[in-house]
Design a binder for this molecule. Structure first.
Ligand code: SF4
Length: 83
């Protein structure tokens, strides 16, 4: 994951927290699809305590969930989802 992906992922994730309509509806559908796939993936480590904005981490790419699914050009390291 590039610095650009990290920046865009966090930016979109936090922006959506303030205003869900700030994310394009088509991309929001993609984000929801990615979220469902990640939640079922054995590579997703879920943090056992409530840290509000950080829910877990992908053990393959070491990216923070759910910010990782908000980066438009990010790819799943196992190819489970793409753009
Ligand atoms: S990004 Fe891919 S490998 Fe990582 S948790 Fe999501 S589905 Fe699993």
């Amino acid at each position: 994951m590039s610095i650009k992906d990290i920046r865009e992922g966090w930016y979109n994730y936090l922006k959506m927290g303030f205003n869900k309509k700030s994310i394009a509806p088509e991309f929001l559908k993609e984000v929801e699809k990615r979220a469902n796939i990640c939640k079922d993936c054995p590579e997703l480590y879920t943090i056992p305590i409530d840290l509000e904005i950080v829910k877990g981490m992908c053990q393959k790419c070491k990216c923070v969930f759910p910010a990782l699914i908000f980066a438009p050009n990010k790819r799943c390291p196992l190819g489970k989802w793409s753009v």
